[in-house]
Design a protein around this ligand. Sequence first.
Ligand code: HEM
Length: 233
Amino acid sequence: MNFGEQFLWVIYPYVALTIFVLGHIYRYNKDKLGWTARSSELLEKRSLWWGSMLFHIGILAVVGGHVSGLLIPKAFFESIGVNEHMYHMAAVYGGGPAGLVTLAGILILTLRRFGNDRVFAVSSMADLVVVLMVLVEVSLGLASTITNVLSIGSFDYRETIGPWFRGLLFLQPDVSLMVTVPLVFKLHVAVGFGIFAVWPFTRLVHVWSMPIEYINRAYIQYFSRDLKAKSFH
Ligand code: HEM
């Protein structure tokens, strides 16, 4: 295995995952008050609503697809009666629309961030970089799905990227599994790890607080009867 492959599929992912973990610890300790999605809703509402809704619905389904395609071994699906053809159909007819909805959402969000003067003016470099990275990543993901549909029979990411990814998590990465992977998938995986590396320094940290905040929410909300507080609205 040449050094380039070792670097891309062992060293780089571990560096990215280390920055991901340590970066979150650092950010949490240094910038608790800045731990937010930095909402710009007050500046522009309509395209934010559409972009955000489409992106979040799509990405939830896409995350589900990544868990079943990468973390769960193919043998498990076969043991419960889901054969290659059935899995492929689910990936095409479930994954395809999910990828398209995600792409539509992130496109709207990117155009809004760069195209709306007020939103652009309050955007940090991290905001601009991360939205572009996610746009590129989602486009590459969708291109991978299309390649997958077209290359049926000749390439199976559940026998290559999946076991490599699980090996990485269990500290036994097998680089040889990545060598024959088509370029578009390789680019998708490489940019994906880039996103993990910048994640703690961007608004993406909100991913970890939303659900936790929701679980811990007060079931009954108490509001002040103070008239001054009301007149604020
Ligand atoms: C770094 C780890 C990642 C790996 C190993 C990975 C792997 C894959 C694979 C193998 C596919 C093809 C699925 C198919 O054809 O059914 C795919 C699709 C996709 N990925 Fe990733 N991915 C990673 C990270 C990400 C990230 C961080 C995002 C989003 C920001 C993302 C978004 C997508 C999208 C939108 C698709 C298209 C899915 C669809 O059509 O439903 N991926 N990914």
